[in-house]
Ligand binder design. Sequence first.
Ligand code: DMJ
Length: 673
Amino acid sequence: MYSGATAAAGPPRRDFISVTLGPEEVIGVGGYNNSKAWRRRSCWRKWKQLSRLQRSVILFLFAFLAVCGVISYTIMGEAWKSITNKSLDEQRTEREIPGLKLANPAVLPAPQKADANHGEYPELSLQKPPKPPHVHRGPSNLQIKAPRRDMRLKTRHDTIRAVEELVEADKVEKTEKSIISWRGAVIEPDQSTEPPSSKIKEPEKPSSVEGEDQKEPVPINERQMAVIEAFRHAWKGYKDFAWGHDELKPLSKSYSEWFGLGLTLIDALDTMWIFGLKEEFEEARKWVANDLVFDKNVDVNLFESTIRILGGLLSTYHLSGDSLFLEKAKDIGNRLMPAFRTPSKIPYSDVNIGRGTAHPPRWTSDSTVAEVTSIQLEFRELSRLTGDEKFQKAVDEVMKHVHSLSGKNDGLVPMFINTNSGQFTHLGVYTLGARADSYYEYLLKQWIQGGKKENELLEDYMRAIEGVKKHLLQRSEPKKLTFVGELAHGHFSAKMDHLVCFLPGTLALGAHNGLSADHMKLAEALIETCYQMYAQVETGLSPEIVHFNLRAQKGHKDVEIKPADRHNLLRPETVESLFYMYRFTGDKKYQDWGWEILQNFNRYTRVPTGGYTSINNVQNPSNPEPRDKMESFFLGETLKYMFLLFSDDIDLINLDKYVFNTEAHPLPIWAPS
Ligand code: DMJ
């Protein structure tokens, strides 16, 4: 008997399976016998009667169904597990950041408190951890990561009770689980940063953390209190007379506008966070949330707005974990991008952030070399955080281009670059001061930020320092101070900007990161010179520019000041370098020098009704001629570096984990060593 549609109609089709049954197996013909033995026998007989092909097909179907069953069981299990974990994480986040609303949890992993992942890392120090919870978007080599939150900074903002709770909870966790911890705060292994192009395989313990498990937070000392007092005084002036505007004019009790974007407030955000000024921070945050609008028909300088606004927002995001600041950073970052639409890809100096247009200054198509090469730390970090590689691509291209340009002198760069041709212009003038300074600083710092892998950056940096030694270093008389002069068409000038005083700090940072010990020696000599630029002046404050004496003359000091150069703008560079020097050497003289400088700022630049002012004449203690302007970097940089200089806590912005941008905004190192 045939089974199949074609049984009676001709030859069986080969693609049908035919099953032949004997008459006794047909129900109703052979009777119905349902005994177990009969069924077993009858099944076996039927099986034996099948052709080899039929048997194989049936076996294959069984095997296929079994595999499907196993796979779907596994998938369902995973999905269920992740749903459960996700909702737990969400609950934790809500509990732990009560004051800070997370604007975009769907895009970014919620910033988490240090111990938020204990449940997921039960034996972290011993076992391979599970994959960090990255959210991938955009190009696969860029990853969105939750910010690293420095718990030591966070504890400053909490009440004593909250701190005690944290420490208590931490102790419990320590006994229950093997967790990497650091001075009373827990390190988040899943939140360590990584470069856009690589993935974390194992959570790494930064070298600075070794053996510091039990340390308590270092209490704020008297000098740090004095810095906080100075900040509060400056902030009072800003709040009373310039709230939401760019700069305070403390004498006229008004303000000045540069971009109209609350520059001082944004520059000061992370300073307040580091100082633990919670109320002030919250108030400023509200302004950022409600009043900071970038959709404005206004021209801004690409460099200044990158280092102050983008840098300030990014670092505040990292320190606070508040996604408001990342959203604002993305907004300004996108609005600055039109600057890169030039024939050479060397960006224009100015961008209209409302209209999306960019242009060079009215009188030239040149940009300043320092400006186009000192926006990289910020844009690279923005790419890492957003997953959008366009920011990093644009600034990396500038660095690559400058790397390959001719016109350098033993690594020293001219001050201008043309946005059409992409070539250096005004060749033959070399300085470490205005218009070139932070080019050198960012070579080293990008190398550090990227985990010390980008060799071209290091090469350019090393070559440049050799160029400095060869062409720009001299010693003054009578004290034989080592200083960095300038070279103009083969002629050496003994002129040094106060801006150059960033260099000892940068050299020391390089030496700390494994570069030549000579760099540290040079740093020590140069910071002494920078200090003398204050100490040899009547007010104890440095002028904007000094000229060094190359010949000993009776009655002359090393430092000479020209009338046009004797102003002081409350600049940070010397204090910045003092901070690095103290961090890396522990030599208290650097703290003492900084303390003198703070006292002189208080003596000659403090305005009784609130705020500090730039002065016109550092040589006249009885009338330093106040200029009526407090620059935003006084709060963003000068006072921040003072506070850090007076701290004996190397983990207060740990230099193995953070790199400061040129406006003193700390950004994370992608792969801490
Ligand atoms: C700041 O805006 C930055 O430090 C910049 O690199 C140089 N100028 C001021 C401070 O002097």
